[in-house]
Design a protein around this ligand. Structure first.
Ligand code: ATP
Length: 462
């Protein structure tokens, strides 16, 4: 029997928006763009449906401003090109073989960036082998809903445009997704769903954690069966990592981990990892300091250029979260993660640094001078220190915060060129003098430029 969701689940009716009011949740930008897109699709006699998570979220009363998935009854690639031309946008990606295209169109308000629409031709899918990519053929909206993962994601609303004004047509909900949403139920559509595509297990985890859903009996049995049969291990490391990164992108990655433990998923994805109260506390501290890292900026940390998911989705905060989750893991377990998954460089570097960060944390105490703190923490990256700050309660955590805020950015009154001007020949001596001067400056022994020059002269003479 599958362990239940550790949080109490609301099984009483949650509010679900009436179909007629559904599109009221679109922001004006999105409503305007969809109105024009729908009118153009209609002129081409193509049915257009808002589908999947977008409809699910509108039904929950959330405003829809992004992640807009459209199903096109017809050629989605051609329609995307026509929409780009008519709406002054651009096709960001298109795959004729898959019948999918991503369209970027300018938002109505000037300077507010681009709105992204994902278009896909309605299709049926078959999975020739477990965890393999499906064989796809064009089909109708009914088949397109049938190929989806969970009932709450298998809902579509027809888009109609009357004289350019967008309105909702038929709502298709063949698997009872609205009722499941209201009842807080996670329900798979097919008995072999996880065998076909094991990422659905990880998708379900995220969805259940975010929306407080609980698997119904059949889905719970399928989760248990998928774990027994080891379907998750059939996933390529890239696909599994993609899902892990999406979990890190959730508002509460720690809650996803708690649920992953309850479902028994964690050991098959990241052996050794487990939710704990201490870990939840770390995330509380991380959220409390979020303003500090607003925009994800960590001073002194280089940008990554990788095209991976983390890079695309605020990798810095996701990397910090990954570091917090893994903070208690041993060096062997960390090495196992690095060997199993194709980690983006900043992520891999941070995991490698964790044992050193823990060792440094043990040596941090309130009696240390700033220069001693500098010596201990300087070898760590800003991300590593940030993790240490959120992971450690007490003085070590506080010292790490002070280091990032005050000590690390501090600059001595003289730099290397200034020291050369004082008559020191280029070479290792300059480095030694700079280190010493930095320490004296941090400890308040040298504050002005004149004092720094005297300090340097004294070192030369001694
Ligand atoms: P989120 O809010 O996390 O973005 P979403 O449901 O919008 O959730 P997407 O990954 O954008 O997630 O997928 C859009 C829709 O495509 C889903 O709602 C679901 O209907 C369908 N879908 C996505 N991945 C799968 C999958 N692996 N198997 C079946 N259907 C899927």
């Amino acid at each position: 029997m599958l362990p239940l969701n550790p949080k109490p689940v609301k099984l009483t009716n949650a509010p679900v928006v009436a179909p007629a009011d559904l599109l009221a949740g679109l922001t004006p930008d999105v409503a305007a763009a969809l109105g024009r897109a729908t009118a153009i699709a209609a002129r081409r006699r193509l049915g257009l449906w808002l589908i999947g998570g977008a409809v699910r979220d509108l039904l929950r009363g959330a405003a829809l401003d992004r992640d807009i998935d459209l199903a096109v009854e017809g050629d989605a690639v051609d329609l995307a090109a026509a929409l780009a031309e008519a709406l002054g946008g651009r096709v960001l990606a298109s795959h004729r073989a898959f019948g999918t295209a991503t369209l970027g169109i300018p938002r109505a308000a000037a300077g507010s960036g681009e709105l992204t629409l994902d278009l896909a031709g309605t299709r049926a899918e078959e999975y020739p082998q477990p965890a393999a990519l499906p064989v796809v053929r064009p089909s109708d909206i009914a088949d397109d809903l049938r190929r989806r993962d969970f009932s709450v994601n298998a809902i579509a609303v027809e888009l109609l445009a009357d004289a350019g004004t967008l309105r909702a047509g038929i709502l298709r909900d063949p698997f009872g997704g609205r009722a499941d949403l209201a009842a807080g139920r996670l329900r798979l559509l097919h008995p072999y769903s996880f065998r076909d595509d094991p990422t659905r297990l990880l998708r379900g985890l995220r969805l259940a954690s975010r929306l407080d859903l609980r698997p119904d009996e059949a889905t719970a049995a399928q989760i248990a069966d998928a774990l027994t049969r080891g379907y998750l291990r059939m996933l390529s490391p890239e696909r599994a990592l993609g899902e892990i990164c999406l979990a890190l992108d959730e508002p509460r990655p720690d809650a996803v981990l708690a649920l992953a433990d309850a479902w028994g998923v964690t050991p098959q994805v990241v052996p050794g990892l487990a939710w704990s109260a201490a870990l939840a506390e770390r995330f509380t501290r991380r959220r409390a300091t979020e303003a500090w890292s607003a925009g994800g900026a960590i001073r002194g940390e280089p940008e990554t250029t990788g095209g991976d998911r983390l890079a695309a989705s605020g990798w810095r905060l996701a990397t910090i979260d990954a570091g917090l989750l893994c903070y208690d893991l041993g060096a062997d377990q960390l090495a196992e993660i690095a060997a199993r998954y194709p980690l983006p460089t900043p992520f891999a570097r941070l995991l490698q640094e964790i044992p050193a960060a823990r060792a440094v944390a043990r040596r941090l105490n309130a009696d240390l001078r700033p220069s001693q703190i500098d010596l201990l923490l300087r070898p760590l990256s800003a991300a590593g220190i940030r993790v240490l700050h959120c992971a450690e309660i007490g003085s070590a955590g506080q010292i790490a915060a002070r280091y990032l805020g005050e000590i690390r950015p501090a600059r001595a009154p003289l730099d290397g060129r200034d020291i050369q001007r004082l008559g020191i020949a280029p070479g290792p001596n300059i480095g030694r003098l700079l280190d010493g001067l930095r320490a004296a400056h941090l400890d308040g022994e040298v504050t002005t430029r004149a004092q720094a020059e005297v300090w340097v002269q004294a070192q030369i003479c001694s």
